[in-house]
Write a protein that binds this ligand. Sequence first.
Ligand code: MN
Length: 229
Amino acid sequence: MAYVISAPPQPTVPVEGEAGSFPVSRIWCVGRNFADHAREMGHDPDREPPFFFSKPNTAVVPGGGTIPFPVQTQDFHHEIELVVAIGKGGKNIPVEQALEHVYGYAVGLDMTRRDIQAVAKKMGRPWELSKGFDQSCPISAIKKVSEVGHPTKGLIQVTVNGKVQQTGDLNQMIWSVPESIAYLSTYVELLPGDLIMTGTPAGVSAVKPGDALHGTCEGVGEIKVTYSA
Ligand code: MN
C-alpha cells in the first residue's frame, strides 16, 4: 500500500568491514548501571533493579562529527556508554541465551539535557525531552561479535577538550549485557535493529558550545563530537 506522505528515512549505523549498514529500530538505555554514577546522581545503587528509558532512532549521529549545540538547555551533559546492537529479536530471552541475540557493539554518547531531566524528576514527569531529543545519540561504527567478541571488561572514558572527564571499566556494570537483554525482553519484545545503551560511569559534566568530546571504549571503538559554537 502506498504511503500518504513520504516515508521517513531509516536511520542507520555503519558496520566495520561491511558495505551494508545496521538499520536502527529503537534505542533502549539502561539507567544508573555504574554504582559510582548512581551515587553521583544521589542514588543508592545497591537497592534498585535495572530501569530503562528510550530515545527515538532519529537520535543517532553515526560517526559523530561537528553538530549543533542543542536547544532548550543550560546544562548539557555527556554520558559515554557501551552500545549493544541487537541482531535477533525476542521476548522473555533467558540470560544464558541473551548473547545469541547480539549482532555487535559500538560506543556512543547518551547526551542529556540535565536541567530538563532534573525538572522531570522533581515533578514526576517523563524523561523524553531530556534524553530523546534530536542528535542525542552520537555513535561509532558497529563492530561485529565475530570481530570484537562480547566485551566484559576494558576502559571506557570520554575526554572534553583533551581532559579526561569520565573514566570507568566495563567490569563495573551493575547489570551485565546478558542480564540487561534478558530483563528488558520481559517488558518488550526486542527487535532486530534495537540498540541498548548500557549505562555510564561517574564523571558526567556539562558541555558548552565549541567543546570537543572524544569517547573511547577499549576494543570497541571511539566517537568524536564537536559542538558548534
Ligand atoms: Mn545514560
